[in-house]
Write a protein that binds this ligand. Structure first.
Ligand code: ADP
Length: 289
């Protein structure tokens, strides 16, 4: 990796002495490093098995959030578009700080403001990634159609291919996808969403300022984003209170929540395997018996 880091520093025109390279733990996909040169500090990560548009998608997602002027994101300095088998690298601003008492409150408020940035359709122009899985995208006039086809059906097909769907689960999931309009709205506001907002994807900078990292951009129902924050925890009540002061959640939120969490559980089922089977089955049982 050291050679790759040196290559990236040259690309960024930082030819000063490297004073420290330290591995950063926490990411589950890439190898990540803190790099300090005489001139600057960086967060640099690399991966040898990703498609060529992997880091481009991350970089343009961060840029889109930055352009919304609602919530902080690290500045991206450089990314590769690697050929198959090559190592791809991404270099960005090093964010250094600690969560303070107001961090989550500000995160909730800023996220609500970000969700007020709306498109006129649902989905996204480019493919993205959820974890390491491809997330194909396109624009749809109905959120229900987008969520059905590009999210649940797409994970259904991956699960089928990977043998993650015992007969009962398969039948229930098919039934749920077919009947989704009973619970999922067609035309909520098409909000700008981070798209992969679990507790590991926000970090604190100077003065506890919240920053979003690792987005998987989509325009869609803000309840989809909030539902995922609740799946694995890590968000305090001050986050939700601040969010709801700006954008109260719809009355139907609690009923939709498991169906939005289902997407992320299917992603986990497809990446990590059967340990995510039982929570998937519980949701299916609740909605389609
Ligand atoms: P992966 O893409 O492998 O999931 P992440 O981008 O999430 O990796 O980064 C791994 C960890 O590094 C994160 O959990 C976070 O704590 C930290 N991190 C991410 N971006 C930065 C940054 N710009 N500055 C400092 N630390 C960061």
């Amino acid at each position: 990796m050291k050679q790759e880091i040196e290559r990236v520093l040259r690309k960024m025109n930082d030819l000063s002495t490297i004073e420290e390279i330290r591995q950063v733990v926490g990411g589950d996909i890439n190898e990540a490093f803190y790099v300090r040169t005489k001139e600057e500090q960086y967060f640099i990560k690399g991966n040898s098995g990703v498609p060529s548009h992997f880091f481009k998608a991350e970089s343009s997602g961060l840029q889109l959030i930055r352009d919304s002027h609602t919530i902080s994101v690290p500045r991206v300095y450089y990314y590769d578009e690697p050929q198959q088998g090559e190592i791809g690298m991404l270099a960005m601003e090093w964010i250094d700080g600690q969560e303070k008492t107001h961090t989550q409150e500000k995160l909730g408020r800023n996220l609500a403001l970000m969700h007020q940035q709306i498109s006129d359709r649902y989905g996204f122009s480019d493919p993205t990634f959820v974890g390491e899985l491809d997330q194909p995208n396109d624009w749809r006039d109905s959120w229900l159609d987008y969520y059905q086809d590009f999210r649940l059906n797409h994970q259904f097909n991956i699960a089928l291919e990977k043998g993650r769907l015992p007969e009962k689960r398969k039948i229930r999931l098919e039934k749920l996808i077919l009947n989704l309009e009973q619970w999922i709205p067609s035309s909520p506001a098409p909000s700008l969403l981070h798209g992969d907002l679990w507790g590991g994807n926000f970090i604190a900078g100077l003065e506890g300022e919240p920053f979003l990292v690792d987005p998987s951009i989509v325009y869609g129902d803000s309840a989809f984003e909030l539902a995922f924050t609740e799946l694995f925890g890590g968000f305090q009540s001050s986050f939700y209170e601040a969010y709801e002061e700006i954008s109260p959640l719809p009355k139907t939120y609690e009923e939709m929540k498991p169906l939005y969490q289902l997407f992320y559980l299917l992603v986990h089922l497809n990446i990590f395997g059967e340990s995510y089977g039982p929570p998937v089955d519980r949701i299916l049982k609740r909605y389609v018996g």
